[in-house]
Design a binder for this molecule. Sequence first.
Ligand code: NAD
Ligand code: MG
Length: 394
Amino acid sequence: MKGICILGATGSIGVSTLDVVARHPHLYKVVALTANKNIDALFEQCLAHSPEVVVIVDEQKATEFKLKIENSPLANLKVLTGADALVEVSTLPNVDSVMAAIVGAAGLLPTLAAAEAGKTVLLANKEALVMSGDIFMNAVEKSGAQLLPIDSEHNAIFQCMPASYQTGVSAKGVRRILLTASGGPFRTMPLEQLPQVTPAQAVAHPNWDMGKKISVDSATMMNKGLEMIEACLLFNMKPEQIQVVLHPQSVIHSMVDYVDGTVLAQMGCPDMRIPIAHALAYPERFESGASPLDIFAVKHMDFEPADLVRFPCLRLAYEAITAGGTMPAVLNAANEIAVEAFLNEQIRFTDIPVVIEKTMQQIPVQKGDSLEKILEMDSKARVIANHAIQNLAN
Ligand code: NAD
Ligand code: MG
Protein backbone atom coordinates (compact mmCIF):
# COMPACT_ATOMS: atom_id res chain seq x y z
CA MET A 1 0.00 0.00 0.00
CA LYS A 2 1.50 3.32 -1.10
CA GLY A 3 0.71 6.73 0.41
CA ILE A 4 -0.07 9.49 -2.07
CA CYS A 5 -0.12 13.28 -1.79
CA ILE A 6 -2.03 15.11 -4.52
CA LEU A 7 -0.88 18.71 -5.00
CA GLY A 8 -3.69 20.53 -6.82
CA ALA A 9 -6.33 17.89 -6.00
CA THR A 10 -9.28 20.05 -7.04
CA GLY A 11 -8.00 20.71 -10.57
CA SER A 12 -8.54 18.75 -13.74
CA ILE A 13 -5.51 16.45 -13.19
CA GLY A 14 -6.22 16.16 -9.45
CA VAL A 15 -9.80 15.01 -10.08
CA SER A 16 -8.66 12.46 -12.69
CA THR A 17 -5.99 11.17 -10.28
CA LEU A 18 -8.53 10.59 -7.52
CA ASP A 19 -10.78 8.82 -10.04
CA VAL A 20 -7.96 6.37 -10.88
CA VAL A 21 -6.83 5.96 -7.25
CA ALA A 22 -10.40 5.12 -6.17
CA ARG A 23 -10.36 2.17 -8.61
CA HIS A 24 -7.40 0.66 -6.69
CA PRO A 25 -8.06 1.21 -2.97
CA HIS A 26 -5.89 -1.78 -2.00
CA LEU A 27 -2.84 -0.16 -3.70
CA TYR A 28 -3.09 3.52 -2.76
CA LYS A 29 -3.95 5.38 0.44
CA VAL A 30 -4.67 9.11 0.04
CA VAL A 31 -2.53 10.83 2.70
CA ALA A 32 -2.76 14.50 1.67
CA LEU A 33 -4.82 16.68 -0.66
CA THR A 34 -4.19 20.34 -1.47
CA ALA A 35 -6.25 23.14 -3.00
CA ASN A 36 -5.83 26.84 -3.50
CA LYS A 37 -9.38 28.13 -2.81
CA ASN A 38 -11.95 25.59 -3.95
CA ILE A 39 -13.08 24.33 -0.53
CA ASP A 40 -16.41 22.93 -1.72
CA ALA A 41 -14.74 20.50 -4.11
CA LEU A 42 -12.09 19.68 -1.50
CA PHE A 43 -14.78 18.94 1.11
CA GLU A 44 -16.44 16.38 -1.18
CA GLN A 45 -13.06 14.83 -2.00
CA CYS A 46 -12.27 14.49 1.70
CA LEU A 47 -15.58 12.73 2.36
CA ALA A 48 -14.86 10.29 -0.47
CA HIS A 49 -11.12 9.67 0.10
CA SER A 50 -10.47 10.31 3.84
CA PRO A 51 -7.05 11.99 3.70
CA GLU A 52 -5.10 12.55 6.93
CA VAL A 53 -4.27 16.15 6.13
CA VAL A 54 -5.29 18.89 3.69
CA VAL A 55 -3.69 22.17 2.68
CA ILE A 56 -5.78 25.14 1.63
CA VAL A 57 -3.30 27.78 0.52
CA ASP A 58 -5.71 30.71 0.86
CA GLU A 59 -5.91 31.55 4.58
CA GLN A 60 -9.45 32.90 4.55
CA LYS A 61 -10.71 29.84 2.70
CA ALA A 62 -8.87 27.61 5.17
CA THR A 63 -10.72 29.31 8.05
CA GLU A 64 -14.05 28.81 6.24
CA PHE A 65 -13.17 25.17 5.64
CA LYS A 66 -12.42 24.59 9.35
CA LEU A 67 -15.88 25.95 10.22
CA LYS A 68 -17.45 23.80 7.52
CA ILE A 69 -15.98 20.55 8.87
CA GLU A 70 -16.70 21.25 12.57
CA ASN A 71 -19.88 19.22 12.85
CA SER A 72 -19.21 16.85 9.99
CA PRO A 73 -17.60 13.41 9.64
CA LEU A 74 -14.39 15.34 8.86
CA ALA A 75 -14.16 17.01 12.28
CA ASN A 76 -10.78 15.37 13.03
CA LEU A 77 -9.14 16.20 9.71
CA LYS A 78 -5.85 18.14 10.00
CA VAL A 79 -6.10 21.42 8.06
CA LEU A 80 -2.99 23.43 7.14
CA THR A 81 -2.71 26.72 5.29
CA GLY A 82 -0.11 28.81 3.44
CA ALA A 83 2.31 27.92 0.66
CA ASP A 84 4.90 26.45 3.10
CA ALA A 85 2.40 23.77 4.10
CA LEU A 86 2.53 22.44 0.51
CA VAL A 87 6.19 21.56 1.08
CA GLU A 88 5.34 20.01 4.44
CA VAL A 89 2.77 17.58 3.01
CA SER A 90 4.77 16.68 -0.11
CA THR A 91 7.63 15.46 2.09
CA LEU A 92 5.68 13.60 4.83
CA PRO A 93 7.32 10.28 5.77
CA ASN A 94 4.19 8.24 4.93
CA VAL A 95 3.93 9.82 1.47
CA ASP A 96 5.56 7.59 -1.18
CA SER A 97 4.21 9.29 -4.32
CA VAL A 98 3.47 12.93 -5.03
CA MET A 99 1.19 13.95 -7.88
CA ALA A 100 2.46 17.42 -8.87
CA ALA A 101 -0.70 18.93 -10.37
CA ILE A 102 -0.67 22.55 -9.21
CA VAL A 103 -0.79 24.88 -12.21
CA GLY A 104 2.08 27.29 -12.82
CA ALA A 105 5.06 28.52 -10.83
CA ALA A 106 3.14 28.03 -7.54
CA GLY A 107 3.91 24.32 -7.90
CA LEU A 108 7.67 24.69 -8.05
CA LEU A 109 8.73 24.55 -4.39
CA PRO A 110 6.61 21.58 -3.25
CA THR A 111 7.46 19.63 -6.42
CA LEU A 112 11.17 20.29 -5.97
CA ALA A 113 10.90 19.39 -2.27
CA ALA A 114 9.30 16.05 -3.19
CA ALA A 115 12.16 15.37 -5.62
CA GLU A 116 14.78 16.27 -3.00
CA ALA A 117 13.06 14.00 -0.49
CA GLY A 118 13.39 11.06 -2.92
CA LYS A 119 9.64 10.58 -3.48
CA THR A 120 8.13 9.08 -6.61
CA VAL A 121 7.22 12.29 -8.43
CA LEU A 122 4.33 12.09 -10.89
CA LEU A 123 4.95 15.27 -12.84
CA ALA A 124 2.02 17.09 -14.42
CA ASN A 125 3.18 20.61 -13.49
CA LYS A 126 5.37 21.35 -16.53
CA GLU A 127 5.91 25.00 -15.51
CA ALA A 128 7.92 23.90 -12.44
CA LEU A 129 10.30 21.86 -14.59
CA VAL A 130 10.61 24.53 -17.30
CA MET A 131 11.53 27.11 -14.65
CA SER A 132 14.00 25.11 -12.62
CA GLY A 133 15.47 22.92 -15.40
CA ASP A 134 18.78 21.39 -14.39
CA ILE A 135 18.24 22.20 -10.69
CA PHE A 136 15.17 19.96 -10.68
CA MET A 137 16.78 17.18 -12.73
CA ASN A 138 19.90 17.25 -10.52
CA ALA A 139 17.73 17.00 -7.39
CA VAL A 140 16.06 13.90 -8.86
CA GLU A 141 19.42 12.32 -9.66
CA LYS A 142 20.93 13.15 -6.29
CA SER A 143 18.06 11.81 -4.18
CA GLY A 144 17.30 8.81 -6.39
CA ALA A 145 13.68 9.94 -6.75
CA GLN A 146 11.65 8.20 -9.44
CA LEU A 147 10.37 10.82 -11.90
CA LEU A 148 7.41 9.73 -14.03
CA PRO A 149 5.88 12.09 -16.60
CA ILE A 150 2.12 12.66 -16.55
CA ASP A 151 1.87 15.09 -19.45
CA SER A 152 0.35 12.78 -22.08
CA GLU A 153 3.11 13.41 -24.65
CA HIS A 154 5.96 12.83 -22.21
CA ASN A 155 4.25 9.81 -20.75
CA ALA A 156 3.88 8.48 -24.31
CA ILE A 157 7.58 9.13 -25.03
CA PHE A 158 8.55 7.44 -21.76
CA GLN A 159 6.48 4.41 -22.76
CA CYS A 160 8.25 4.29 -26.16
CA MET A 161 11.73 4.43 -24.59
CA PRO A 162 13.85 1.27 -24.17
CA ALA A 163 12.95 -1.09 -21.29
CA SER A 164 13.98 0.09 -17.80
CA TYR A 165 14.67 3.60 -19.14
CA GLN A 166 15.08 6.24 -16.40
CA THR A 167 14.13 9.88 -17.02
CA GLY A 168 17.06 12.32 -17.21
CA VAL A 169 19.46 10.15 -19.23
CA SER A 170 19.73 10.11 -23.01
CA ALA A 171 18.46 6.83 -24.36
CA LYS A 172 20.76 4.87 -26.64
CA GLY A 173 19.70 4.65 -30.27
CA VAL A 174 17.13 7.45 -30.20
CA ARG A 175 17.43 9.81 -33.16
CA ARG A 176 14.64 12.23 -32.29
CA ILE A 177 11.33 12.70 -30.59
CA LEU A 178 8.16 13.48 -32.53
CA LEU A 179 6.12 15.60 -30.12
CA THR A 180 2.50 15.61 -31.24
CA ALA A 181 0.08 18.53 -30.85
CA SER A 182 -3.58 18.83 -31.74
CA GLY A 183 -3.07 22.44 -32.89
CA GLY A 184 -5.85 23.61 -30.56
CA PRO A 185 -9.06 25.39 -31.54
CA PHE A 186 -7.45 27.92 -33.93
CA ARG A 187 -5.36 25.64 -36.15
CA THR A 188 -7.27 26.56 -39.29
CA MET A 189 -8.87 29.90 -38.35
CA PRO A 190 -7.95 32.70 -40.83
CA LEU A 191 -5.06 34.66 -39.26
CA GLU A 192 -6.91 38.00 -39.44
CA GLN A 193 -9.63 36.63 -37.13
CA LEU A 194 -7.21 35.65 -34.34
CA PRO A 195 -7.11 39.10 -32.66
CA GLN A 196 -10.86 38.87 -32.01
CA VAL A 197 -11.04 35.44 -30.37
CA THR A 198 -12.58 35.40 -26.90
CA PRO A 199 -11.39 33.60 -23.76
CA ALA A 200 -14.39 31.26 -24.04
CA GLN A 201 -13.34 30.26 -27.58
CA ALA A 202 -9.71 29.77 -26.51
CA VAL A 203 -10.63 27.61 -23.53
CA ALA A 204 -12.84 25.28 -25.61
CA HIS A 205 -10.26 22.69 -26.66
CA PRO A 206 -11.38 20.34 -29.47
CA ASN A 207 -10.05 17.08 -27.92
CA TRP A 208 -9.05 17.54 -24.26
CA ASP A 209 -10.94 18.79 -21.20
CA MET A 210 -8.38 20.72 -19.10
CA GLY A 211 -7.85 23.67 -16.73
CA LYS A 212 -8.19 27.19 -18.19
CA LYS A 213 -4.50 28.13 -18.24
CA ILE A 214 -3.31 25.06 -20.10
CA SER A 215 -6.28 25.37 -22.49
CA VAL A 216 -5.19 28.90 -23.48
CA ASP A 217 -1.60 27.62 -23.74
CA SER A 218 -2.85 24.93 -26.13
CA ALA A 219 -4.59 27.57 -28.27
CA THR A 220 -1.39 29.70 -28.53
CA MET A 221 0.77 26.54 -28.68
CA MET A 222 2.84 27.84 -25.78
CA ASN A 223 1.79 24.54 -24.25
CA LYS A 224 3.77 22.73 -26.96
CA GLY A 225 6.66 25.15 -26.43
CA LEU A 226 6.73 24.38 -22.70
CA GLU A 227 6.43 20.68 -23.55
CA MET A 228 9.37 20.90 -25.97
CA ILE A 229 11.48 22.33 -23.13
CA GLU A 230 10.06 19.70 -20.76
CA ALA A 231 11.08 16.97 -23.25
CA CYS A 232 14.65 18.33 -23.56
CA LEU A 233 15.01 18.10 -19.77
CA LEU A 234 13.19 14.82 -19.10
CA PHE A 235 14.88 12.90 -21.92
CA ASN A 236 18.20 14.78 -22.06
CA MET A 237 17.76 15.81 -25.70
CA LYS A 238 18.70 18.92 -27.69
CA PRO A 239 15.91 21.25 -28.92
CA GLU A 240 16.71 20.35 -32.54
CA GLN A 241 16.01 16.70 -31.71
CA ILE A 242 12.41 17.51 -30.80
CA GLN A 243 10.15 17.78 -33.84
CA VAL A 244 6.68 19.20 -33.20
CA VAL A 245 4.05 17.44 -35.32
CA LEU A 246 0.47 18.68 -35.67
CA HIS A 247 -1.85 15.69 -35.41
CA PRO A 248 -5.40 17.00 -35.04
CA GLN A 249 -7.01 13.65 -34.10
CA SER A 250 -4.96 13.34 -30.83
CA VAL A 251 -4.79 9.55 -31.13
CA ILE A 252 -1.00 9.26 -31.14
CA HIS A 253 0.33 11.03 -28.04
CA SER A 254 3.95 11.23 -29.30
CA MET A 255 6.59 9.07 -31.00
CA VAL A 256 10.22 8.07 -30.62
CA ASP A 257 12.30 7.76 -33.80
CA TYR A 258 15.22 5.31 -33.47
CA VAL A 259 18.45 5.29 -35.53
CA ASP A 260 17.51 1.99 -37.23
CA GLY A 261 14.40 3.60 -38.75
CA THR A 262 11.94 2.23 -36.18
CA VAL A 263 9.32 4.71 -34.98
CA LEU A 264 7.42 3.77 -31.82
CA ALA A 265 4.15 5.55 -31.03
CA GLN A 266 1.82 5.39 -28.04
CA MET A 267 -1.88 5.63 -28.88
CA GLY A 268 -5.07 5.89 -26.89
CA CYS A 269 -8.19 7.97 -26.34
CA PRO A 270 -7.49 11.55 -25.22
CA ASP A 271 -8.13 10.82 -21.52
CA MET A 272 -5.57 11.90 -18.90
CA ARG A 273 -6.50 8.89 -16.76
CA ILE A 274 -4.36 6.79 -19.15
CA PRO A 275 -0.99 8.46 -18.38
CA ILE A 276 -2.02 8.87 -14.73
CA ALA A 277 -2.80 5.14 -14.41
CA HIS A 278 0.41 4.26 -16.25
CA ALA A 279 2.48 6.22 -13.75
CA LEU A 280 0.52 5.02 -10.70
CA ALA A 281 0.85 1.36 -11.71
CA TYR A 282 4.41 1.63 -13.09
CA PRO A 283 6.12 -0.72 -13.91
CA GLU A 284 2.91 -2.76 -14.01
CA ARG A 285 -0.45 -1.88 -15.58
CA PHE A 286 -3.92 -1.50 -14.16
CA GLU A 287 -7.34 -0.21 -15.24
CA SER A 288 -7.68 3.55 -15.72
CA GLY A 289 -11.40 3.84 -16.46
CA ALA A 290 -10.65 5.19 -19.95
CA SER A 291 -12.52 3.79 -22.94
CA PRO A 292 -10.58 1.43 -25.20
CA LEU A 293 -9.41 3.02 -28.44
CA ASP A 294 -11.76 2.22 -31.34
CA ILE A 295 -9.22 2.11 -34.15
CA PHE A 296 -11.96 1.62 -36.78
CA ALA A 297 -13.68 4.82 -35.65
CA VAL A 298 -10.36 6.71 -36.03
CA LYS A 299 -10.21 5.69 -39.74
CA HIS A 300 -7.29 7.99 -40.62
CA MET A 301 -4.63 10.14 -38.98
CA ASP A 302 -3.14 13.40 -40.30
CA PHE A 303 0.29 14.92 -39.63
CA GLU A 304 1.64 18.34 -40.57
CA PRO A 305 4.48 20.63 -39.39
CA ALA A 306 3.66 23.49 -36.98
CA ASP A 307 3.39 27.00 -38.47
CA LEU A 308 5.61 29.38 -36.44
CA VAL A 309 3.88 32.45 -37.97
CA ARG A 310 0.49 31.31 -36.72
CA PHE A 311 2.00 30.16 -33.43
CA PRO A 312 4.75 32.66 -32.41
CA CYS A 313 4.69 31.30 -28.83
CA LEU A 314 6.27 28.10 -30.10
CA ARG A 315 9.07 30.11 -31.72
CA LEU A 316 9.62 32.01 -28.44
CA ALA A 317 9.93 28.72 -26.54
CA TYR A 318 12.63 27.51 -28.96
CA GLU A 319 14.42 30.86 -28.50
CA ALA A 320 14.18 30.57 -24.70
CA ILE A 321 15.63 27.05 -24.50
CA THR A 322 18.36 27.97 -26.99
CA ALA A 323 19.32 30.98 -24.82
CA GLY A 324 19.17 28.61 -21.83
CA GLY A 325 19.87 29.60 -18.20
CA THR A 326 17.12 31.73 -16.69
CA MET A 327 15.36 32.44 -20.03
CA PRO A 328 12.83 29.55 -19.83
CA ALA A 329 11.77 30.85 -16.37
CA VAL A 330 11.30 34.34 -17.87
CA LEU A 331 9.29 32.89 -20.78
CA ASN A 332 7.10 30.96 -18.35
CA ALA A 333 6.46 33.86 -15.98
CA ALA A 334 5.63 36.30 -18.80
CA ASN A 335 3.30 33.71 -20.29
CA GLU A 336 1.47 33.18 -16.97
CA ILE A 337 0.90 36.94 -16.65
CA ALA A 338 -0.15 37.35 -20.30
CA VAL A 339 -2.59 34.42 -20.17
CA GLU A 340 -4.19 35.78 -17.02
CA ALA A 341 -4.55 39.21 -18.64
CA PHE A 342 -6.15 37.60 -21.72
CA LEU A 343 -8.58 35.60 -19.54
CA ASN A 344 -9.46 38.88 -17.74
CA GLU A 345 -10.06 40.52 -21.14
CA GLN A 346 -7.27 43.08 -20.61
CA ILE A 347 -5.36 42.09 -23.77
CA ARG A 348 -6.17 40.35 -27.06
CA PHE A 349 -5.26 36.75 -27.84
CA THR A 350 -2.57 37.91 -30.30
CA ASP A 351 -1.05 40.19 -27.64
CA ILE A 352 0.04 37.16 -25.58
CA PRO A 353 3.24 36.50 -27.62
CA VAL A 354 3.89 40.27 -27.87
CA VAL A 355 3.98 40.57 -24.06
CA ILE A 356 6.23 37.52 -23.74
CA GLU A 357 8.67 38.66 -26.42
CA LYS A 358 8.95 42.17 -24.91
CA THR A 359 9.67 40.64 -21.51
CA MET A 360 12.30 38.26 -22.89
CA GLN A 361 14.02 41.16 -24.71
CA GLN A 362 14.29 43.20 -21.51
CA ILE A 363 15.81 40.57 -19.22
CA PRO A 364 19.32 39.45 -20.15
CA VAL A 365 19.93 35.75 -19.73
CA GLN A 366 21.85 34.55 -16.68
CA LYS A 367 23.07 31.14 -15.57
CA GLY A 368 20.19 29.16 -14.07
CA ASP A 369 22.38 27.69 -11.33
CA SER A 370 20.50 28.73 -8.20
CA LEU A 371 16.89 28.62 -7.18
CA GLU A 372 17.13 32.16 -5.73
CA LYS A 373 18.20 33.53 -9.11
CA ILE A 374 15.40 31.69 -10.89
CA LEU A 375 12.78 32.99 -8.46
CA GLU A 376 14.23 36.50 -8.79
CA MET A 377 14.00 36.34 -12.61
CA ASP A 378 10.46 34.96 -12.30
CA SER A 379 9.42 38.00 -10.19
CA LYS A 380 11.22 40.43 -12.47
CA ALA A 381 9.55 38.96 -15.57
CA ARG A 382 6.13 39.31 -13.94
CA VAL A 383 6.72 43.02 -13.27
CA ILE A 384 7.95 43.66 -16.83
CA ALA A 385 5.13 41.65 -18.39
CA ASN A 386 2.60 43.65 -16.37
CA HIS A 387 4.18 46.90 -17.64
CA ALA A 388 3.95 45.63 -21.21
CA ILE A 389 0.26 44.86 -20.63
CA GLN A 390 -0.38 48.38 -19.28
CA ASN A 391 1.34 49.88 -22.34
CA LEU A 392 -0.78 47.76 -24.68
CA ALA A 393 -3.97 48.71 -22.85
CA ASN A 394 -3.19 52.47 -23.07
P1 NAD B 1 -6.45 23.33 -13.00
O1 NAD B 1 -6.49 24.79 -13.16
O2 NAD B 1 -7.63 22.52 -13.37
O3 NAD B 1 -6.07 22.96 -11.48
C1 NAD B 1 -5.02 23.59 -10.81
C2 NAD B 1 -4.89 23.11 -9.37
O4 NAD B 1 -3.85 23.87 -8.77
C3 NAD B 1 -6.14 23.33 -8.52
O5 NAD B 1 -6.26 22.28 -7.59
C4 NAD B 1 -5.85 24.64 -7.79
O6 NAD B 1 -6.50 24.71 -6.52
C5 NAD B 1 -4.35 24.55 -7.60
N1 NAD B 1 -3.73 25.88 -7.54
C6 NAD B 1 -3.90 26.91 -8.41
N2 NAD B 1 -3.17 27.98 -8.02
C7 NAD B 1 -2.54 27.62 -6.90
C8 NAD B 1 -1.63 28.29 -6.01
N3 NAD B 1 -1.25 29.56 -6.20
N4 NAD B 1 -1.17 27.61 -4.94
C9 NAD B 1 -1.54 26.32 -4.71
N5 NAD B 1 -2.40 25.64 -5.52
C10 NAD B 1 -2.88 26.28 -6.60
O7 NAD B 1 -5.15 22.82 -13.82
P2 NAD B 1 -4.91 21.42 -14.56
O8 NAD B 1 -5.46 21.48 -15.93
O9 NAD B 1 -5.29 20.29 -13.66
O10 NAD B 1 -3.33 21.45 -14.73
C11 NAD B 1 -2.45 21.24 -13.65
C12 NAD B 1 -1.04 21.10 -14.18
O11 NAD B 1 -0.95 19.92 -14.98
C13 NAD B 1 -0.60 22.25 -15.08
O12 NAD B 1 0.76 22.53 -14.85
C14 NAD B 1 -0.79 21.72 -16.47
O13 NAD B 1 0.10 22.28 -17.41
C15 NAD B 1 -0.50 20.25 -16.28
N6 NAD B 1 -1.17 19.37 -17.25
C16 NAD B 1 -2.53 19.32 -17.28
C17 NAD B 1 -3.18 18.52 -18.21
C18 NAD B 1 -4.68 18.42 -18.26
O14 NAD B 1 -5.20 17.61 -19.02
N7 NAD B 1 -5.41 19.17 -17.49
C19 NAD B 1 -2.41 17.76 -19.11
C20 NAD B 1 -1.03 17.83 -19.04
C21 NAD B 1 -0.40 18.63 -18.10
MG1 MG C 1 0.44 17.66 -22.96
